[in-house]
Design a protein around this ligand. Structure first.
Ligand SMILES: Cc1ncc(COP(=O)(O)O)c(C=O)c1O
Length: 398
């Protein structure tokens, strides 16, 4: 293909993590660093610890670790799973499979119920699989939004299954917390983990674990096999008056999170979920109008990422590369076995209507450049109609 001028110098980060940062979040991180034992930071830290549980919709203390989301996942496995003990993993994609890798790494006797990438975890099959396990597992590990495929699992139903078999459920909500509804206490889920760089609109670097009293007690029966990620240590420090992190906290990230939480709670969780639902609807309409098939089940609750199956005749891996290199629009392609097969349009965190329009427009342009026949503008027009019909201004964050 002949070299073409790069028409756009402007870069658009439209992936499912790291996600775009609101300017106010970026700005606060440019302020002078604070000493973590000084009142100025303790005020920020206390406010974040008070507000975070509201996003988890839980009365739990939310334990904070300086780590990416996987660190929070590892905290769950290292606190709940002992070598030789049974653990169950119910996965349907790359991130669900990470639970199995972690359980194996910590020496668990892992039963891994792996669904096809693009399917949902089926509660009935989990129920049947758990019925066959002779030693009851302490915990079942699963994912709410499987970011690698866009699939959203029914974690409420999965929790009922786990409970029926005497196990607690541990949910990876790393991309979904703050995008899809997950009322932890109402649904009775013992552990929910998340991370800062997705729907919480912050840079990578903070991992969170919202842990019930019951799960804390289970973890406390044996404190071997972990140190930095020990829940009891984190819980003790955070519960002190004023709160006191066991280790130097990521001061700058806490300041960012403080601003982001103010925005999220200002918009209101219902408003946040409604915005994500609308953006997802527009992404789905755009994909369909571009003549692409949606990857995964038709699920109107999948608010976090929308995956499109790329035409077989194209070298699909080129689509996100062209979008980024020629048009300055970074979206994610497929991971692992889905590389070159799907394109993922994210709508989690600081995303508004024009982010979806931009992503769809660049997708159309890249597909056309690669020789795929489509009507230019069809996807963008379909997304616009969704916004127009909704009659709201989805760009405005409260
Ligand atoms: C659902 C899910 N789980 C786990 C992870 C891993 O998180 P991190 O890369 O922050 O360690 C991600 C990140 O993409 C994710 O989306």
């Amino acid at each position: 293909m002949p070299a073409q001028p790069n028409l756009f110098q402007k870069q658009y980060l439209l992936t499912a993590g790291p996600t775009p940062l609101p300017p106010a979040v970026s700005q606060v991180m440019a302020e002078p660093i604070l000493y973590h034992r000084a009142p100025a930071f303790i005020e920020v830290y206390s406010r974040v610890l008070e507000r975070l549980p509201r996003v988890f919709q839980s009365a739990n203390q939310v334990l904070c670790f300086t780590a990416s989301g996987t660190g929070a996942m590892e905290s769950a496995v290292s606190n709940l799973v002992r070598p030789g003990q049974a653990a169950v993993v119910a996965s349907c994609g790359k991130f669900g499979e990470r639970w199995a890798e972690l359980c194996d790494a910590f020496g668990a006797d892992t039963t891994h119920l792996a669904f096809e990438w693009g399917e949902k975890v089926d509660p009935a099959r989990l129920d049947a699989a758990m019925g066959e396990i002779t030693t009851p597992p302490r915990a079942v590990f699963t994912t709410q939004s499987e970011t690698s495929t866009g699939v959203l699992n029914d974690v409420r139903a999965l929790n009922e299954v786990a409970r029926r078999h005497g196990a607690i459920l541990v949910v990876d909500a790393i991309s979904s917390l703050g995008a899809a509804d997950l009322p932890q206490d109402e649904w009775g889920i013992d552990v929910v983990v998340s991370g800062s760089q997705k729907s919480l609109m912050c840079p990578p670097g903070l991992g969170f674990a919202s842990v019930s009293e019951r799960a804390l007690e289970l973890a406390a029966t044996d404190r071997s096999g972990r140190y930095y990620l020990d829940w009891a240590k984190a819980a003790k420090g955070q519960a002190e008056e004023p709160p006191n992190s066991a280790f130097t906290p990521a001061v700058t990230l806490f300041r960012a999170l403080d601003v982001a939480l103010e925005m999220i709670l200002g918009e209101g969780l219902d408003g946040v979920f409604a915005r994500h639902a609308l953006l997802a609807r527009a992404a789905r309409a755009g994909i369909e109008a571009a003549g692409l098939e949606r990857f995964g089940p038709d699920d109107d609750d999948a608010n976090v990422v929308t995956a499109a199956r790329l035409p077989n005749e194209l070298d699909g891996a080129k689509v996100p590369t062209l979008m980024r290199e020629r048009y300055g629009v970074t979206i994610a392609g497929g991971q692992g076995r889905l590389k070159g097969k799907i394109a993922r349009i994210a709508h989690c965190g600081y995303f508004g209507a024009f982010d979806i329009v931009v992503a769809l427009s660049a997708l159309e342009m890249a597909l056309a450049d690669l020789g795929h026949e489509l009507e230019r503008g069809a996807a963008v027009g379909a997304a616009q109609r969704v916004f127009a019909e909704a009659g709201v201004n989805p760009v405005a964050l409260a």
